[in-house]
Design a protein around this ligand. Structure first.
Ligand code: ADP
Ligand code: ASP
Ligand code: MG
Length: 423
């Protein structure tokens, strides 16, 4: 739906691929200029050019195995500063009044958790002033400034999405348009299943599950912000011709909506997410007594490591097996802690780790009112000879942990079995 007549203030966000070269930056400038011709107030949030954040992380890590996190943020935040400046130059060259800001100048105030900071508040008086003067405001994504020590902070990988949605909330924008290298949210990652279908709309609740279970098209915190502050958020492509009419641009996109605004008939399954980001730890022969889960997982939580799935088998002869998953990057830290502190104390003999796992999840609000979805999922996987290692469910999703070589096969087979290809 085109709402041109009531759109007065918009936030655009462009990701790394959209800004990967000077030619693409020019294309972004053309697109922003086109929008500015019909909308009086436009704020643009930019990521670093494609590959730049990885390059900066590698630089820091080449100097130390455990680089200081505050200093590291200073390094990795610089990619966004460059693209904000470049886009502003391109817009001014087109004859538009534009100004660029870093996170600390806005100010995007965050907590002090460097590398994974959370936005606490945004002081946007400067932006309001510029918008009032008709300027296009370009803001660095991904970065902020810590409340206590005024250090540069970053919001975690993919954090520019969150900068954009948070700015849209704070500026009370009519819409936040997330421009990326796909023209919307698909039933699954189109890189894995080329027959994935673009969704015209998806609810915040479903998108939250998709993001948390591995669909990196939107950072999870951006979806949390959008849902909480009711930001009209849209995902669309920056790779199409910038001269395309606004109407045509919007007609090929995905709108993230509140559940009560849902226009479409409720599908049983809306999407499939997958990731290879986790590893499994199993401690066999754990005494089946009260307090054991706390003794195992307490030290993991103290180390600030997120635990995802947890399975404790029924005890036999007073002993049980205890398994859980942690982010793959934290596996070494987690096992070191367990070996040092826990294994002897609880009377277990050993622990096993498995890095070769993946998680595949089916997500859909329609699951709430339907039975048999889980058994269908398990049947489809068993027909392909895929063994399920762990299962977890919530009201609107079912996740399974599998051997990681089966991820693509599982996604494609489930995609077809749940009829996600058809319109
Ligand atoms: P940007 O650099 O613009 O932030 P990202 O690479 O972070 O872009 O996110 C876009 C990518 O997300 C797509 O190229 C696509 O491969 C991936 N993706 C994963 N799951 C989905 C999905 N369900 N729908 C669309 N894209 C998805
Ligand atoms: N440049 C940052 C990253 O690569 C933030 C982002 O792209 O959203 O993670
Ligand atoms: Mg991204």
């Amino acid at each position: 739906m085109v709402r041109k007549e009531i759109m007065k203030r918009l936030v655009h966000k462009y990701g790394g691929t959209s800004l990967a070269s000077i030619a693409r930056i020019k294309k972004v400038a053309d697109r922003v200029a086109k929008w500015r011709d019909s909308v009086p107030e436009v704020v643009v949030v930019v990521s670093a050019m494609a590959g730049e954040t990885n390059r900066l992380i590698d630089l820091g890590e080449s100097l130390s195995e455990n680089p200081n996190r505050r200093a590291m943020d200073q390094v990795v935040a610089s990619g966004e500063q460059v693209s904000a400046g470049l886009l502003t130059i391109a817009l001014m060259d087109l004859g538009y009044d534009a100004i660029s800001y870093c996170g600390w100048q806005v100010k995007m105030i965050t907590d002090g958790n460097h590398g994974k900071a959370r936005i606490l508040k945004i002081e946007n008086n400067r932006l309001e002033e510029d918008l009032g003067k008709g300027r296009i405001v370009v803001v660095t994504g991904f970065q902020g400034v810590t409340e206590k020590s005024e250090a540069i902070s970053t919001l975690g990988r993919g954090g520019s999405d969150t900068s954009a949605v948070a700015l849209a909330a704070s500026l009370n924008a009519d819409e936040c348009l997330i421009y990326t290298d796909v023209d919307g949210v698909y039933t699954t990652d189109p890189r894995i299943e080329p027959e994935a279908r673009r969704l015209n709309e998806i609810t915040f609740e479903e998108m939250l599950e998709m993001s948390s279970l591995g669909s990196k098209v939107l950072q999870i915190r951006s979806v949390e912000f959008g849902g909480k502050y009711k930001v009209r958020t849209r995902v669309l492509s920056s790779l199409k011709d910038p001269k395309l009419s606004i109407k045509d641009e919007l007609s090929c996109s995905t709108l993230i909506i509140q559940e009560e605004d849902r226009n479409m008939e409720e599908a049983l399954i809306s999407g499939i997410a997958c990731n290879r980001d986790e590893a499994k730890i199993t401690i066999p022969g754990v005494p089946d007594t009260p307090g054991i889960a706390h003794k195992i997982l307490g030290p993991i939580a103290e180390a600030n490591i997120d635990v995802d799935m947890i399975i404790q088998n029924a005890g036999i002869d007073g002993l049980t097996d205890f398994s859980f998953t942690v982010p793959r990057i934290d596996l070494t830290r987690a096992t070191e802690r367990l070996e040092k502190k826990v294994i002897d104390e609880i009377g277990a003999k050993t622990l096993h780790t498995d890095k070769n796992i993946c998680k595949v999840s089916i997500i859909g609000i329609g699951m709430r009112s339907s039975v048999g979805v889980a058994s269908k999922m398990f049947e489809v996987l068993s027909k392909e000879g895929i063994n399920i290692k762990m299962i977890s469910t919530s009201e609107i999703k079912i996740s399974v942990v599998l051997e990681d070589k089966y991820m693509e096969l599982a996604v494609r087979t489930l995609h077809a079995a749940f009829g996600l290809r058809e319109a």
